[in-house]
Design a protein around this ligand. Structure first.
Ligand code: ADP
Ligand code: ASP
Ligand code: MG
Length: 448
């Protein structure tokens, strides 16, 4: 029997950064009578410190990172009154930290998961101290993945079985678990990729047949752009799955890019709100009323432009196939593509490529033609509706960009986005200018 699970609430790093933030988040769980599963991130900064520890070049650096992490956890343990029920697990986790050092592969995932393992231990206790029936359940017993360490791919069927068993075993209780963490078929801890707690929440909601996923963070929803880049950015009340997925993919950090896959598959609406001010927020769902032509702007850093030029491309066939199979052979993920008669230009996103363009790949590419590589670029994406059939959109975008150089533009393949590549140093300015033109004034295209 499937138990109706209602809501999965996820609290990000800033929402569990310290005892006060944890208290605000716990209060939101208490206010929401449908809370069934709570997913928590590591306290803000802890996963970065664990990455630092993994990569430390000398013992002093490693010890500095360990101390930083110890202090953060000690803060919670003391503030909660050093409860007896937590002592054994707390000291076991501390011992794991003491024994840790630079590592790779599965050991790295095991270490990176430590922030979430501490965090969920404390959060469950905080809920219990508020009188709520909370139980901490390690995510390794809930989220099943393959063994691609650092980027675990979930096994939806096994995840569903495990989550349904857990819900049945804990009827009437609130399950508190770690975001970002899973386990492979041998029970080894895996992680879902940086920022993956949002994805965990959506996967758990799908597996639990939940009615809603709530992503609680430090901003009041999905904004017209990153509010850190444009101070006049404002939250959007509603967004379709398609638009929000484009925004997340194009760099809106507030949602991990994979979060909306389970939500779309299982048609579960997603709410994004702020633990600092719980009024308002964004609802993301399949159908929205009166979608805006221009929904939002996103900025994605660390882009590489690869250009291959060859006169052989003229009137020949198979050239593009050869270029793409070569990149596929090296597991290099291609993002945007444009072509001319004798050249092909494509972007590679750091995240999507298993391996950067190394010397061997470049040598092989040279067999196809002249190869140029430009690094240090940023992708600016305008996300909206009917962008490829709206007159003047491109004119307005280029007019707003002014003297900013654009080495590549992608427009037309999707009605939902128009992308331009700019120098990384121009990225924030490009966002500001576009935001001012398209979201702060009535634009020509939007009004026509
Ligand atoms: P959490 O730790 O809660 O997961 P993140 O730092 O991952 O939070 O995501 C929240 C941040 O995402 C915000 O502080 C904001 O700077 C950034 N962000 C980027 N694009 C957007 C956007 N379009 N709307 C809202 N926030 C955005
Ligand atoms: N703590 C992990 C990270 O910082 C996962 C997350 O917060 O979503 O990447
Ligand atoms: Mg996040």
């Amino acid at each position: 029997m499937n138990i109706p699970a209602s809501r999965v609430l996820k609290f990000g790093g800033t929402s569990v950064a310290d005892y006060d933030a944890q208290g605000r988040s716990a209060q939101l769980v208490a206010n929401q009578s449908e809370s069934r599963i709570v997913v928590v991130s590591a306290a803000a900064g802890v996963t970065n410190a664990l990455v630092g520890l993994c990569q430390a070049k000398d013992p002093d650096t490693a010890e500095n990172f360990r101390n930083l992490i110890r202090d953060r956890q000690q803060h919670f343990f003391e503030a909660l009154g050093e409860p007896d029920a937590l002592k054994a697990t707390y000291w076991t986790l501390m011992e794991e930290l003491d024994a840790s050092g630079p590592c790779k592969g599965q050991k790295r995932d095991q270490l990176l998961s430590l922030g979430e393992r501490f965090s969920s231990l404390f959060f469950a206790e905080r809920l219990r101290q508020m009188g709520l029936p909370a139980v901490q359940l390690p995510a390794r017993f809930l989220i099943a993945t393959d063994n691609q360490y650092g980027q675990g791919e979930p096994d939806i069927t096994n995840t569903r079985t495990q989550v349904q068993v857990a819900l049945n075993d804990h009827l009437g209780e609130i399950l508190v678990t770690e975001g970002f963490v899973g386990a492979d078929s041998e029970g080894n801890i895996t992680t879902l990729g940086r920022g993956g707690s949002d994805y965990s929440a959506a996967l758990l909601a799908e597996a639990a047949d939940a009615d809603w996923v709530e992503i609680w963070t430090d901003v009041k929803g999905l904004y017209t752009t990153d509010p850190r880049l444009a101070p006049k950015a404002h939250p959007l009340a509603e967004l379709s799955f398609a638009q929000a997925a484009e925004l997340a993919t194009f760099g809106a950090k507030v949602l991990h890019p994979k979060t909306l896959w389970p939500a779309m598959r299982s048609d579960i609406p997603v709410f994004i709100g702020s633990t600092l001010d719980a009024s308002g927020g964004t609802v993301i769902r399949r159908e929205v009323t009166g979608g805006e032509r221009f929904a939002a702007l996103a900025l994605r850093k660390n882009q590489t432009l690869l250009k291959i030029t060859s006169p052989e491309m003229l009137y020949s066939y198979g050239f593009l196939a050869r270029a793409f199979s070569l990149l596929a052979k090296h597991q290099i993920s291609v993002d945007l593509v444009t072509t001319s008669e004798i050249s092909i230009a494509l972007t590679l996103d750091e995240r999507g490529s298993e391996q950067a363009l190394d010397q061997q790949v470049l040598e092989e590419l040279k067999s196809l033609g002249t190869v140029e590589v430009q690094e240090g670029l940023a992708l600016v994406a305008l996300v909206g509706d009917n962008l490829n059939s709206t007159p003047k959109v491109a004119a307005e975008v280029f007019d707003a960009l002014g003297n900013i150089n654009v080495p590549l533009i992608c427009h037309g393949a999707s009605p939902h986005n128009l992308c331009v590549l700019v120098d990384a140093s121009d990225g924030p300015l490009a966002i500001q200018r576009l935001h001012e033109r398209l979201f702060e004034k009535v634009s020509v295209a939007a009004a026509s």
